[in-house]
Ligand binder design. Sequence first.
Ligand SMILES: NC(=O)C1=CN([C@@H]2O[C@H](COP(=O)(O)OP(=O)(O)OC[C@H]3O[C@@H](n4cnc5c(N)ncnc54)[C@H](OP(=O)(O)O)[C@@H]3O)[C@@H](O)[C@H]2O)[C@@H](O)CC1
Ligand SMILES: [K+]
Length: 494
Amino acid sequence: MAQADEMAAKLGGCSYSLMQAAAAAVANRADAMAPSGPIAVLAGTGNNGGDAVLAAHYLRARGRSVRLFMPGAAKGDDAGRAMSEWASQSESPEAFLPGEFALVIDGLFGAGLQRPLDGAAAELVRRLGEGKARVLSIDLPSGVSGETGQVLGSAPQAEATVTFFRRKPGHLLQPGAALCGKVTVADIGIPATVLHQIQPQTFANQPPLWRHRLLKPGEADHKYARGHAVVFSGGPSHTGAARLAAMAALRGGAGLVTMFAAGSAMAVNAAHLTAVMLRRCDDVGQLADHLADGRLNAFVLGPGFGSADKARAYAAAILEARRALVLDADGLTAFRDHAADLFLLGATNAARLVLTPHMGEFARLFPDIAAEPERGKPYMARMAAARSGAVVVLKGSDTVIAAPDGRAAINATGTPALATAGTGDVLAGLVGAQLANDVPPFEAACIAVWLHGVAARLYGPGLIAEDLPGLVPQAIARLHSLCGFSLPGWPPQE
Ligand SMILES: NC(=O)C1=CN([C@@H]2O[C@H](COP(=O)(O)OP(=O)(O)OC[C@H]3O[C@@H](n4cnc5c(N)ncnc54)[C@H](OP(=O)(O)O)[C@@H]3O)[C@@H](O)[C@H]2O)[C@@H](O)CC1
Ligand SMILES: [K+]
């Protein structure tokens, strides 16, 4: 954002006019949140504080009762100029009692936060929490890192946050995302061309990022044009996870899906499968025979799979046969003591491998990277992708998808309803469906994660993993409608 600010100034903008626009957006939001009653404004020493002081000035000019509290003197030209517009004195933090106000505007720190909150700022945040004040944060709740979403020291729980130009990673990553409350993005006049100039590598996982890769529904579609995904079953008493993945792959748009099962698991799978086909695969020799069929183009290995030795051998055979592979669950854990082998496979099979670890599985494969959570999920996922040569989907309520080339997307369609057994298996199948359709792995993973979250939101509370594949068509319909695609003949006309 600081880079965006500088670029905007270079492109002929004036940084004070940006601050004026930012402050006006904050004042408008404050008025809408609390149309009457006294307002407290907490202003820090930098430009976040400058926004706050100017918002206080605008609100007072509208006849609102406003008191300004500052832990120190304003630094910098813009913040100093904002202060000169505030005709009265600011009060010291000791005088601030949150219970006296209908709303508190938090403008202590924003994008310039460098170190954990302490002293007067930390004390103000503590009092905000204790007083259960309604908080409107400027740019970010003070204490939340805009880069990582991590809390540095402490941060208030905002009811709403007004940010500027574009959301920052800290608005999407936990715990920052939850502390922001409802985020609105104000246009303060920074031209969109600034984005082209700064070439950001971190994105929100939204359709504009990958809509050009989406398979458009067409009348000429036939099942072989939409790929053939394969999911590996576990042993006879561990077949459910793979079936979830297989159903998701089919609902997610793979033209055909086949389950590969060892002889011992054939009968139980046969009893459960209908549209998903079933073939026997006992060992890597049989897998090699199957791989002779070039139409089998995307594989999902790991959900309920069990055998680590077999998982490693199968992964190598699939990648060496130049097929796309989603490695999940047991497929990931199989490499915990053989991570270098996995990274070599990834490096020699660029653009074919997707890893879908949750944080525990991630730490088994990348212990040194996982030991630095304070650097944030995009950093961790990006480092892991660069090291493994794979697209890495670091799962959680704020799933991050990273590619070896440095791109990272933060998902925002997640929901706590997804925190239930088997939802990861469904996600692996959805990634497999996109890969079967020849979508490149970064976009394949982004699309699958987006659909997975939207499908879960369509159900709401009480969701179990079995519900998810059946909701995927509605999620796809929503996506198509967002992108302006239509399925020929649907919805049916009279
Ligand atoms: N970019 C844009 O387009 C636009 C940006 N705008 C606004 O500018 C904001 C960014 O402003 P910013 O860069 O001045 O940083 P900010 O967040 O005010 O903090 C820096 C100050 O805090 C201090 N400080 C830091 N950490 C501290 C700590 N833990 N404890 C104590 N002190 C600490 C630090 O002190 P120092 O390190 O210098 O000692 C410095 O004085 C951005 O969030 C948005 O609101 C808008 O005006 C519109 C256009
Ligand atoms: K703030």
